[in-house]
Design a protein around this ligand. Structure first.
Ligand code: SDX
Length: 431
């Protein structure tokens, strides 16, 4: 209940001076704290917020999350409705442009994407410079940065039309980069993009086409990948989106900014968790071993990978949809026995006070890997399957940043805790 006076009154007990600071959209401007000084030459008050636990870095209209209620919406539309009714490129259009496309707008968008599916031949040479067992996320990071060298006009980051052209290229080419490395790592010939197929159907063909004259896209798998891609498309100011915005704020081009976002996603606490979940399930091995593993987690020897979230303190709505999608995939691929371990792990964790008290629930990464493995993917590529759809979210966040008049180069402050002034010590006086 508010009194209608959207201000904060602060009394600085060091000086007994009172300040009134405006509250807007549930926040105060950190810069409004700088007026709070103990003397005219005092720098003024800062806010200290390691890991930005309680700091809004931007105003965004793309994705809304209510972590307590387990709500996720892209441009206001609930993720459940989008996953049920849309194809991935339809949602990519929504995330980028703010509205669901008309049939004509979607056809135009798809045509622009299809025209940009190819990558320069040199990229194949770059991929071949890696060992066969190089981690796919490190290769993706490298090849995204390499694309920057082929599109020098991408440096015109203040030109909205140029940004849109580069965004189309990034969304179109990221599956090709991933599929080319997938084939190279298995000693298979490259399969070039096929614009006659859907976004996910083309990705499947580039990955899995054998010597058959015509690749038949399995519609159940194509639809499952569409849903998985929709669920992973954006998630507001997560670690990798922050990387995209931070690097992009220096006016670096979107290819190297996306390489930085990919690097952030690679981390096991972020997108790398889906790969770690499968390794964790493999290590647990059977339902009988779950209680001992849970004890290790509670004794802080391990993390329960795929559980917990900075924002969701309820069930991640994406995990629920992924669990439902698993059944559709298993009708084609056969049931992945790891699902039984995952379901029992979830059941035990959600009834254990350690997890309940910390509001730890399955997140998007807990079940996705089980589907990916059933589709024949090795765990090392799981995070690449996260990066492909998240490219849309990174691009939308970057585009919004570049169009935001309040934004400038990101440069946080610090609280200095090092030595005060001291003079140089010659070598013979040290130690
Ligand atoms: C993604 O931000 C996004 O939106 C990301 C993402 C997206 O779409 O972009 O949703 C994708 O990255 C999902 C998260 C994937 N990561 C994992 O599954 C890795 C395992 N999860 C944890 O590392 C952790 O839950 C984080 C990193 C996801 C969130 O960590 P926080 O918010 O910093 O929470 P915390 O580490 O402060 O944990 C609070 C408490 C601690 O216990 P106490 O010290 O209070 O006793 O919960 C415990 C933690 O030890 N805890 C866990 C745990 N996660 C938190 N204990 C065991 N297993 C876990 N997974």
């Amino acid at each position: 209940m508010t009194m209608g006076n959207d201000t904060l009154t602060i009394i600085d007990n060091r000086t007994n001076i009172t300040y009134t600071i405006p509250i807007k959209d549930g926040a105060i401007r950190a810069m409004d704290l700088r007026q709070i000084k103990t003397s005219p030459d005092d720098f003024g008050l800062m806010s200290y917020d390691p890991a930005f636990m309680n700091t809004a870095s931007c105003r965004s209209a793309i994705t809304f999350i209510d972590g307590d209620r387990g709500i996720l919406r892209y441009r206001g539309y609930p993720i459940e409705q989008l996953a049920e009714n849309c194809r991935f490129l339809e949602v990519a259009y929504l995330i980028l442009n703010g509205e669901l496309p008309t049939a004509q707008q979607l056809a135009q968008f798809e045509a622009e994407i299809k025209a940009e599916l190819g990558v320069p031949e040199n990229i194949k040479r770059i991929i071949e410079g890696f060992r066969y067992d190089a981690h796919p996320m490190a290769v993706l990071c490298s090849t995204l940065a390499a694309l920057s060298t082929f599109y020098p006009d991408a440096k015109k980051v203040r030109d909205p039309q140029n940004r849109r052209k580069q965004i189309i290229r990034l969304i179109a080419k990221v599956p090709t980069l991933a599929a080319y490395h997938y084939r190279y790592s298995r000693g298979l010939p490259y399969v070039d993009p096929d614009p006659t197929l859907s976004y996910t159907g083309n990705f499947m063909k580039m990955l899995w086409k054998g010597l058959e004259p015509t690749y038949e896209v399995n519609p159940v798998i194509e639809r499952a990948l569409d849903i998985l891609f929709i669920l992973h498309a954006d998630h507001e100011q997560n670690c990798s989106a922050n990387a995209m915005r931070s690097v992009g704020s220096s006016e670096a081009d979107p290819y190297v900014s996306a390489a930085a976002a990919t690097a952030a996603l690679f981390g096991p606490l972020h997108g790398g968790a889906n790969e770690q979940v499968l390794k964790m399930l493999d290590e647990i091995g059977s339902v009988e071993n779950i209680p001992a593993f849970i004890e290790d987690v509670k004794n802080r020897k391990r993390l329960l990978m795929g559980f917990g979230h900075r924002i969701y303190k309820n069930y991640d709505p994406r995990a629920r949809i992924i669990k439902q999608t698993a059944d559709r995939v298993f009708q084609v691929t056969g049931r992945n026995p790891k699902l039984d371990i995952a379901l029992e792990l979830e059941r035990i964790a959600l009834s254990d006070e350690y997890f309940i008290s910390r509001k730890l629930y399955p997140n998007v990464d807990f079940y996705s890997g089980i589907i990916y493995q059933a589709l024949g993917f090795q765990p090392e590529i799981f995070t690449v399957l996260f990066a492909i759809p998240r490219m849309t979210g990174w691009c939308a966040q970057w585009d919004e940043l570049m169009g935001d008049p309040e934004q400038k180069i990101a440069r946080p402050r610090q609280i200095y805790i090092g030595h005060g002034h001291r003079d140089f010590v010659p070598m013979d006086k040290r130690g």
